[in-house]
Design a protein around this ligand. Structure first.
Ligand SMILES: NC(=O)c1ccc[n+]([C@@H]2O[C@H](COP(=O)([O-])OP(=O)(O)OC[C@H]3O[C@@H](n4cnc5c(N)ncnc54)[C@H](O)[C@@H]3O)[C@@H](O)[C@H]2O)c1
Length: 388
C-alpha cells in the first residue's frame, strides 16, 4: 500500500493527537514535524525517528509531503496553510476554525480554489456519536421541520487562563469563545440543516473578567429557511469539568435534546422525542438502521405531561442513545484519509452524511462568526456575507 507522506505543523495538544492517530494508520507515514518552538519539534522528532523543523517552508521544500496537517493556534492558521498551498501540497487537513478574520479566511479560500488543493477542516464534532445520531434523525425528518435551536458550549475559566501553560493568554487573546467554541456549533448547524444558511445575526458579548479576550458571546441566528437559533459560548465558567455542552433542537413534530458534556446535576444523554410515528418507515426500522451505522440507541416510551392527566394518551415514542458520547478530536480524520485514498469527498466510511467539510464550509463558518463579533460590537443585527 502506498503510504501518504505526511508533515505535521504545530506540535501542541492537537498536533500530538494527530501524531498518535497517524501511527495507528497503515496508510500514513509521518515524515517530518514542525514547530516554531524548535526544542519541542526536535524532542518529538527524535522520539519518532523523523525530521524536525522550526520553519514550515524548510519542511515543505525538503520532503514535499502528500499531506500537511496544520494544528497551530487559531489566529496562526493562515501562514502555514498558504505556504503548503504555494508549495503545491495536494492535501491539507486544517484544524478549525479556517481563520479568525474574514479577510484571512477569504484569502485561504481563494488560494485553495485557484490551486485545486484539497483542504479539509477538522470540525471534529461532525463525527461524534451524538451528532451522528442527531444528523440521522434530522435527515430522516423524524422530528419534522426544525424551527428552533438552543445550544450552549462553555469552557471552564481555566481554558483561556491555563490550558496552554504560559502561552494561554496569547492563544486566548488571538481567539475568543466564538472563534474557539462557536466555530464548532455554527459548523454543526450548517451540516445538520444544509442547504440552509445563516443570513442574520444579533449578538451580545461581555468583557468584564478576562480582559485579554471577550468573556462570552450569546447570539441569535436567523437562517434563510426561517429556522432560528440561539448559540452561546462562555470562557469564564467556574465548574467541575472543562467543557459543558447542551443542545436542544425543536421541530414541528418533536425535539432532539443532548447533554454532550454534562454540567452540574446533569447526565450525559441524547434523546429524540417524537410527537407522532415517523411519516416514512417504522421507528423500529430507523432504530435498526442507526444500529447498522454503529449508533447505539434504544426505543423508549415516555409519559409526556402534555395533558392534565397522565394517561395512556400522553405516551410518546423516543429514541435514546445508549452509553457515552466517547468523543475524541480525531474521529473525522479517519474519513478524511479515506476520502484522500478514494479520491472523493464522500468516502464509503462516511456513509450518506454528505461531503466532508472543506474550505467552503470553513468560509461559511467564519462568515457567521465574524457577523457575531461585528453584531456584538455594533449592538445591532448584522447580515451574514453569503458569497460564495
Ligand atoms: N478539533 C477540535 O475539536 C479541537 C480541539 C482543540 C483545539 N483545536 C484546534 O487545534 C488548533 C491547535 O490547538 P492546540 O490546542 O493544539 O494549540 P497548542 O498551542 O497546544 O499547539 C499549537 C502549536 O503550534 C506551534 N506553532 C505556532 N505557530 C507556528 C508556526 N507558524 N509554525 C509551526 N508551529 C507553530 C506552537 O508553538 C504550538 O506548539 C487550534 O486551532 C484549536 O482551535 C481543535
Amino acid at each position: 500500500m502506498k503510504k501518504l507522506k505526511t508533515g505535521i505543523i504545530g506540535l501542541g495538544l492537537l498536533g500530538n493527537q494527530y501524531l498518535e492517530f497517524f501511527h495507528k494508520r497503515e496508510d500514513v507515514e509521518v515524515v517530518a514535524v514542525c514547530d516554531i518552538r524548535r526544542s519541542i519539534a526536535e524532542a518529538t522528532a527524535a522520539q519518532h525517528h523523523i525530521d524536525a523543523y522550526s520553519e514550515v517552508k524548510e519542511l515543505l521544500a525538503t520532503h514535499h509531503p502528500d499531506l500537511i496537517v496544520v494544528a497551530t493556534p487559531d489566529h496562526l492558521h493562515q501562514a502555514p496553510t498558504l505556504a503548503a498551498i504555494e508549495a503545491g501540497i495536494p492535501y491539507i487537513i486544517l484544524e478549525k476554525p479556517l481563520a479568525t478574520t474574514l479577510d484571512e479566511a477569504t484569502t485561504i479560500f481563494e488560494k485553495v480554489e485557484q490551486s485545486g488543493v484539497r483542504l479539509f477542516i477538522n470540525y471534529a464534532n461532525r463525527a461524534m456519536p451524538y451528532d451522528l445520531a442527531t444528523y440521522y434523525v434530522l435527515r430522516n425528518h423524524l422530528i419534522g421541520q426544525p424551527v428552533y435551536v438552543e445550544s450552549r458550549l462553555d469552557d471552564n475559566i481555566s481554558v483561556p487562563t491555563m490550558l496552554w501553560g504560559e502561552r494561554s493568554r496569547e492563544f486566548a487573546a488571538g481567539s475568543s469563545p466564538t472563534h474557539f467554541l462557536l466555530s464548532h456549533v455554527v459548523d454543526l448547524m450548517h451540516w445538520y440543516f444544509a442547504p440552509a444558511r445563516v443570513v442574520e445575526v444579533f449578538a451580545i458579548n461581555q468583557m468584564r473578567v478576562l480582559g485579554f479576550t471577550p468573556d462570552l458571546f450569546d447570539a441569535f441566528l436567523t437562517f434563510d429557511n426561517g429556522l432560528k437559533a440561539r448559540v452561546k459560548a462562555e470562557w469564564i465558567k467556574h465548574m467541575d469539568q472543562i467543557v459543558e455542552y447542551y443542545t436542544c433542537i425543536t421541530g414541528e413534530q418533536g425535539n432532539i435534546i443532548y447533554n454532550k458534556r454534562p454540567g452540574f446535576g446533569v447526565q450525559e444523554s441524547w434523546r429524540a422525542n417524537l410527537s407522532a410515528p415517523p411519516a416514512e418507515g417504522s421507528l423500529s426500522e430507523h432504530h435498526r438502521r442507526l444500529g447498522e451505522q454503529g449508533i447505539d440507541t434504544r426505543l423508549a416510551y415516555h409519559y409526556r405531561p402534555n395533558t392534565a392527566a397522565y394517561d395512556a394518551s400522553t405516551v410518546r415514542a423516543s429514541l435514546e442513545h445508549i452509553g457515552s458520547d466517547q468523543a475524541n478530536g480525531m474521529m473525522l480524520v479517519g474519513p478524511m484519509l479515506d476520502a484522500i485514498c478514494e479520491g472523493t469527498l464522500t468516502p464509503s466510511s462516511w456513509l450518506d452524511r454528505g461531503p466532508l467539510p472543506t474550505h467552503r464550509d470553513g468560509l461559511r463558518q467564519v462568515q457567521v462568526v465574524q457577523a457575531i463579533v461585528d453584531s456584538a460590537r455594533l449592538g445591532a443585527p448584522v447580515a451574514v456575507q453569503q458569497q460564495p
